[in-house]
Write a protein that binds this ligand. Structure first.
Ligand code: UDP
Length: 347
């Protein structure tokens, strides 16, 4: 048999044939209740998810191409006996021998500057990557959760955004590789459920922040905190009146796990996010207050297609999952700021 072969715990042993994947680390372990493949497991959400699932006793196979994920952080998890790490880009055929019982698809750069670096690769990740993982779900019988996004609503004309709103998306703009890619992935997931009976879950993830964000990932919270800690002016795009609703990472992980383990009646998209809506200028002011600095802003042009408003309606998540966020933005921002301070002191 060529390619990687399944070990007794559902992970991989290298047999040196398959070119697309290379094992960064692997470990044998007892059979847990679930064997969970986390695609994009070395990213911001992925690492938090892997840690939480490990703490619940599951066996984790983390797949990542390390385009934006942290190889170093994922390597540290190899001390956990139930964690295996495979370097792999999901747009390539998946390694053979994988037999997960659950799959989380978190594999895609999520910050606008990052996903715009190679838009064609972003689109292929969203679509071809989803296809490859859905085929694996189909052949293995695994349940599969798609990390979709509030970006599928585009620049919304309905506020707040409910799941039955179909969005206002530019198909040919600089954000389209991600927005349309994620929309297409939702279509693929829905068709695999209808045509092939694959058990799918679709989470529409709204802006999420917290400890573990990369300082240079370009997202608003990490950028503002990094700038404040460096004593720089905060780069506010436009006049800063655009809004976002920011969810603390622990809340988001709880929502994702609840959705994955929800009854099979929940196959339609579910919004996950915080309903506390703040303007970008307000975020900048709060970060300056935390840093005990006089507010200093460097106003720059608003990027094309930057949504003016964003706030989820999370009634469906509450009804189906009993889930709503528990961490107020001020508290989460404090935690995140403290994390960045500690990281700066370590460097
Ligand atoms: N933003 C900003 N300054 C920055 C980074 C982002 O003003 O240095 C704004 C950006 O234009 C957007 C909002 O903050 O309106 C959120 O941006 P982010 O990239 O975090 O996520 P998005 O919700 O746009 O995908």
């Amino acid at each position: 048999m060529s390619g990687n072969e399944q070990d007794s715990a559902g992970g991989l042993q290298p047999s040196g044939q398959r070119q697309a994947a290379s094992i960064v680390s692997g470990a044998a372990g007892r059979h847990p209740s679930e064997v969970i493949l986390v695609a994009g497991g070395a990213g911001f959400l992925g690492l938090h998810l892997c840690r939480r699932l490990l703490s619940q006793g599951h066996r984790i196979i983390c797949l990542d191409n390390f385009l934006t994920g942290s190889c170093e952080a994922a390597m540290r998890l190899q001390e956990e006996p139930k964690f295996s790490l495979i370097r792999h880009d999901i747009i390539e055929p998946l390694p053979s021998g994988l037999r997960p019982t659950q799959i989380y698809n978190l594999a895609c750069a999520a910050s606008p500057p990052r996903y715009q670096i190679d838009p064609v690769h972003t689109l292929r990740t969203c679509v071809q990557g989803a296809f490859n993982l859905l085929e694996l779900a189909r052949s293995s019988g695994a349940r599969i959760l798609q990390a979709s996004t509030s970006e599928i609503y585009g620049d919304p004309q309905e506020h707040p955004q409910r799941e039955d709103y179909h969005g206002n998306v530019n198909p040919v703009g600089i954000r389209s590789c991600y927005d349309e890619g994620k929309r297409c992935a939702e279509t693929l997931f829905s068709d695999y459920a209808r045509r092939h009976g694959v058990k799918v879950r679709i989470a529409r993830i709204f802006n999420t922040y917290g400890p573990g964000m990369a300082p240079d990932d370009g997202r608003v919270v990490s950028t503002f905190i990094s700038q404040a800690l460096a004593g720089e002016a905060l780069t506010v795009y436009g006049d800063g009146s655009q809004t976002r609703s920011l969810c603390y990472v622990d809340d988001m992980i709880e929502g994702l796990i609840r959705l994955m383990n929800s009854p099979d009646s929940v196959q339609r998209p579910v919004n996950l996010g915080n309903t506390e809506e703040v303007s970008i200028l307000e975020i900048a002011q709060r970060v300056c207050r935390l840093a005990r600095q006089e507010p200093r802003f460097d106003f720059r042009p608003l990027p094309a297609d930057d949504p003016a408003l964003r706030r989820p309606d999370i009634g469906l998540a509450w009804r189906c999952l009993g889930w709503k966020p528990t961490v107020a933005f001020d508290d989460g921002l404090k935690e995140t700021y403290a994390y960045f301070q500690r990281e700066q002191a370590r460097a």
